[in-house]
Design a protein around this ligand. Structure first.
Ligand SMILES: *[C@@H]1O[C@H](CO)[C@@H](O)[C@H](O)[C@H]1NC(C)=O
Ligand SMILES: *[C@@H]1O[C@H](CO)[C@@H](O)[C@H](O)[C@H]1NC(C)=O
Length: 193
């Protein structure tokens, strides 16, 4: 809907635009398409460190699996090299699947090592809780699943996690060797604004 501005306010807007562009000219960063912004214009204040402890459930069996094989491993690989599973794994507050759902881990993992079980993880943690609802962090890294602690980088984020960087530490809390179902504790350390 178009709104006709009174003369004085449109003149004010023109004045503001002019003074903004002269400000850019003064700082010498006007390349037509690029400029330097004050961080406050995006509402970015102080960088903070957040810690999240969540549980990631990889459900391969049962009525509604959350991790589905989309590419089989190469033949005769003892490390399931080449295997790819797409995941939409529940993230809960406690170790039990029935505990409060705080988000979902969506993405995939692939078996990327021929010497040991080593996965390439690529996933977004999509949070659904409180002020983090709708915000995401992106985890991309190497996961040697039989190591006690696996560290993976947090390479970015959206919403509350814009400009995020950090790391996660994954520890297996439960693993069923027959079904392959696993519950993994994720300790996430994230710098964001
Ligand atoms: C896999 O192993 C079986 C049994 O050892 C063998 O017969 C087959 O040729 C192997 N396949 C490949 C692709 O190496
Ligand atoms: C999260 O946001 C969605 C979409 O805005 C909304 O439907 C849902 O109720 C919210 N969940 C929580 C727990 O606040």
């Amino acid at each position: 809907m178009a709104t006709i501005l009174p003369f004085s306010s449109s003149r004010f807007i023109v004045f503001s635009i002019l003074s903004l562009s002269s400000l850019i000219l003064i700082t010498g960063d006007d390349h037509g398409f690029a400029r330097i912004l004050d961080m406050k214009t995006l509402g970015l204040k102080k960088e903070k460190l957040s810690h999240f402890r969540i549980f990631w459930h990889d459900i391969l069996t049962g009525k509604s699996p959350s991790a589905i094989q989309v590419v089989p491993p190469v033949a005769n690989s003892s490390t399931a090299f080449g295997l790819m599973r797409m995941i939409d794994n529940p993230l809960t507050q406690g170790p039990k699947l029935s505990s409060k759902l705080v988000g979902r881990a969506q993405g995939f993992y692939m078996s990327a090592s021929q010497q040991e079980i080593g996965l390439l993880m690529a996933m977004n943690f999509a949070f659904m809780e409180g002020k983090y609802n709708g915000s995401t962090i992106t985890v991309l890294g190497r996961n040697t699943v039989f190591s006690t602690v696996r560290e993976m980088p947090v390479i970015g984020g959206t919403g509350a996690f814009r400009f995020a960087r950090g790391y996660v530490q994954a520890r297996t809390s439960k693993f069923d060797q027959y079904s392959g179902d696993a519950t993994v504790e994720y300790d996430c350390y994230v710098l964001h604004y």
